[in-house]
Ligand binder design. Structure first.
Ligand code: NAP
Length: 247
């Protein structure tokens, strides 16, 4: 489905990003695996992709570092000959009630989760604009739609991604570049494994499909949005949340 195309997946050493990188590679894309600090986990993803005959390479870098992302996308272009698909997935949480939230926790989440999307989109666009199948997928969250006590920084960043996605979709439509966002609900990864069981049980009560999501659930939608199968879809926020949010 993606043969001959190159994808960059930010934050793909673990969790949702890892599942997306593997899924895109299974469909024939050459994948740039970006990570911030966890090289060992990133190497595992690389080995898994190469293990089934897929094409991938590692590209470390902090998405909050604009010049670093410009350098990184250039390296991907040099390695694979172009760039067609960008998945802005890298994200962090620094939870806390606002009155106790340190400015550095506010800043780190905004810089990584929102400015990171700006940095990577701007850097990657240089090459994506030359693609025959250009697609950008931003990983937002239901928290950007519903809000969540203790996550004002995270919710602000994820809601910001939605506005950014729609603006970019309008800005780039005439160039044939599609820009969409995925809003996952509660997905089982390292990010959510730290939550106490009582919080998980409470979440479950609000999920009509009656289970937490898996990284693969998000990867399947991302694959669809990356592929020509979704060529008439742009500017959309699509939920993968077991029915948590219905609009
Ligand atoms: P995760 O398991 O904590 O993995 C986060 C990934 O992002 C790791 O690969 C990490 O790299 C990378 N990363 C973090 N900061 C980075 C930076 N500054 N530059 C580059 N990479 C960075 O998280 P996840 O649950 O898979 O979440 C992935 C995305 O989905 C995030 O945007 C998150 O907000 C969103 N999301 C998750 C859920 C959920 O329930 N899990 C729900 C809605 C939305 P290292 O390994 O190097 O640290």
């Amino acid at each position: 489905m993606l043969k001959g195309l190159t994808a960059l997946v930010t934050g793909s050493s673990r969790g949702i990003g890892r599942a997306i990188a593997i899924r895109l590679a299974q469909e024939g894309a050459a994948v740039g695996i970006n990570y911030n600090s966890n090289k060992e986990a990133a190497v595992e993803v690389l080995n898994e992709i190469q293990g089934f005959g897929g094409k991938a390479a590692l590209f470390p870098g902090d998405v909050a570092d604009g010049p670093g992302m410009a350098e990184m996308t250039k390296k991907i272009k040099n390695e694979f000959g172009g760039l067609d698909i960008l998945v802005n997935n890298a994200g962090v949480t620094r939870d806390g009630l606002l009155l106790r939230m340190k400015e550095e926790d506010w800043q780190r989440v905004i810089e990584t989760n929102l400015t990171g999307v700006y940095n990577c989109t701007k850097a990657a666009l240089r090459y994506i604009l030359r693609s025959e199948n250009p697609s950008i997928i931003n990983i937002s969250s239901v928290v950007g739609q519903m809000g969540n006590a203790g996550q004002s920084n995270y919710a602000a960043a994820k809601a910001g991604i939605m506005g950014f996605t729609k603006s970019m979709a309008r800005e780039l439509a005439s160039k044939g570049v599609r820009v969409n966002a995925v809003a996952p609900g509660f997905i089982e990864t390292d990010m959510t494994s730290v939550l106490p069981d009582r919080v998980k049980e409470k979440m479950l009560e609000n999920i009509p499909l009656g289970r937490l999501g898996k990284p693969g659930d998000v990867a399947n939608l991302t694959l669809f949005l990356a592929s020509p199968n979704s060529k008439y879809i742009t500017g959309q926020i699509i939920n993968v949340d077991g029915g948590m949010v219905m609009t």
